[in-house]
Design a protein around this ligand. Structure first.
Ligand SMILES: Cc1ncc(COP(=O)(O)O)c(C=O)c1O
Length: 371
C-alpha cells in the first residue's frame, strides 16, 4: 500500500457494487464473450432508451468518445474547437492530437460552466465545433448556446462525462447538442472501470463513429478498412458492470441527491465557502460537490487546505488547472477560469458517504478557516 492510501480514511471517490455487478461479470466470463457481446448491446440500448431514442455507441472511455465525435465531424488540422477554460481538459487535448486548435473561453463565475456570451467572442471563421463541458454535474445553459451555434451552423458536442444523468429543462444532458459524450471511469456516477458512451440522433454521424470505433471495418465485411479507424470498443466484461449499474440508477441518483443535500445544508452558510450554483432549469446529479474558498478566510491558500485536509484523513481535490498555466496550450490568461482554478476544492462525493462522514468533513473544513 502506498503511504497515501495507508493513511487515507475518507477517499474522494469510491465505486460501489451493491447490485448485480458480480453476477453479470461472471456471466460474461462464463459466456466466453469477453470482447464484444450482449452486455455491450444491452448497455447501448439502455442509453438509447434513457436518451429518448438517440443512437448510442459504447466506447473505451470518455476521451475516445470525444475523439470519435471529432472524427465524425471531420475536424481537420487548423480547425478551431471552442472549449471552456475551466473544466476537465480532455476535449482540448484530443483537439491537439488532430492538429486542431483548442480555443478557450471563459465560464460563468457562479455555475462554473461556459455560456453563450463567453463563447461568442472567441468564434471565428475557422470554428468547426463547440464543446460544452457540463462540469461537476451542472449543465450549461443550452438554449442560448444552441441558438448561437445554429446561427453559425456550428455543431455542439456536449461533454457530459461528469453530468450523467443530469437534466436541463427535463431533457437529459448529452441529448441537447449534435453529439453527447459520457465517461464510465471509476469515479463516475455509472462506472465500468474505464469506459464511455457517445450518443447522437444523426444517423450519418453515428455510422461514421461506428466505423472509426472499430478500425474502419464494417461488421459484415472482414478486414476491409473504409477509413483509418481506431479501436475504441468497450468490452463485454466492462459492459456487464455498466448494465448492473444502470439497473440501480434510480438508487444511485437518490443517494447522490442525499449526499448533496447533506453537504449543502452545512456548507450553504459557512463563512468563506461558496457552493457551485445550479440554475433553476437544471436538475443536476452532482458528480463532485465543490466549493470556492475565499482567500481572506483561507489565507493559507487552496493547495495548503488540500494538504491539511489530507493530514486529517480526508482526500479532497483541486478545481481544474487553467490552460493558461499549462505551457503546451499557449493560452492567454482567463480571469474567471484562473480564479476558479486557484480557489475551487472538491470534496468527497460518492453514494455511500454517510451523514457522520459529511458532518466530519464540513467541520474540519470550517476549522481550517480563519474567521
Ligand atoms: C468532463 C470530462 N470529459 C472527459 C473525461 C475523460 O473521460 P475518460 O477518463 O473516461 O477518458 C473526463 C474525465 O474522466 C471528464 O471529467
Amino acid at each position: 500500500m502506498t503511504p497515501l492510501l495507508a493513511k487515507l480514511i475518507i477517499p474522494w471517490a469510491r465505486p460501489d457494487f451493491w447490485g448485480k455487478e458480480h453476477q453479470y461479470v461472471v456471466e460474461a466470463l462464463e459466456s466466453t464473450w469477453i470482447s464484444g457481446g450482449p452486455f455491450v448491446d444491452q448497455l447501448e440500448q439502455s442509453f438509447s432508451a434513457l436518451s429518448g431514442g438517440e443512437r448510442a455507441l459504447a466506447v473505451s472511455n470518455g476521451t475516445t468518445a470525444i475523439h470519435l465525435a471529432y472524427l465524425a465531424l471531420d475536424i481537420k488540422p487548423g480547425d478551431e474547437i471552442v472549449v471552456p477554460g475551466f473544466g476537465f481538459l480532455a476535449a482540448a487535448n484530443v483537439a491537439l492530437h488532430m492538429a486542431a486548435r483548442p480555443v478557450f473561453c471563459e465560464v460563468d463565475p457562479e455555475t462554473w460552466c461556459m455560456r453563450a456570451e463567453d463563447i461568442a467572442p472567441v468564434l471565428t471563421a475557422r470554428t468547426k465545433a463547440i464543446v460544452v463541458v457540463h462540469t461537476y454535474g451542472n449543465v450549461c445553459d443550452m438554449d442560448p448556446i444552441l441558438a448561437l451555434a445554429s446561427e453559425r451552423s456550428i455543431p455542439v458536442i456536449e461533454d457530459a462525462a461528469e453530468a450523467f444523468p443530469s437534466r436541463y429543462q427535463g431533457q437529459l444532458a448529452g441529448t441537447l447538442g449534435t453529439i453527447g459524450t459520457f465517461s464510465f471511469q471509476a469515479t463516475k456516477t455509472v462506472t465500468t472501470g474505464e469506459g464511455g458512451m457517445v450518443i447522437t440522433r444523426d444517423n450519418d454521424l453515428c455510422e461514421r463513429m461506428m466505423l472509426y470505433r472499430s478500425h474502419g471495418l464494417r461488421r459484415k465485411k472482414h478486414y476491409w478498412h473504409e477509413v483509418p479507424g481506431l479501436n475504441c470498443r468497450l468490452t463485454n466484461l466492462q459492459a456487464a458492470l455498466g448494465c448492473a449499474q444502470m439497473e440501480k440508477l434510480d438508487r444511485i441518483i437518490a443517494e447522490r441527491h442525499r449526499v448533496y443535500e447533506a453537504y449543502a445544508k452545512r456548507l450553504a452558510g459557512m463563512t468563506g465557502v461558496t457552493l457551485q450554483i445550479f440554475r433553476a432549469d437544471v436538475q443536476p446529479v452532482v458528480w463532485a460537490i465543490a466549493v470556492r474558498l475565499d482567500p481572506e478566510v483561507f489565507p493559507q491558500g487552496r493547495d495548503n487546505v488540500l494538504s491539511q485536509m489530507l493530514d486529517l484523513g480526508i482526500e479532497t481535490r483541486p478545481g481544474f488547472y487553467s490552460p493558461s498555466h499549462i505551457d503546451y496550450f499557449n493560452c492567454q490568461p482567463l480571469v474567471t477560469c484562473d480564479a476558479l482554478a486557484a480557489s475551487v476544492v472538491s470534496l468527497p462525493s460518492y453514494p455511500t458517504l454517510n451523514e457522520q462522514e459529511i458532518e466530519h468533513i464540513c467541520l474540519q473544513l470550517k476549522k481550517l478557516g480563519h474567521v
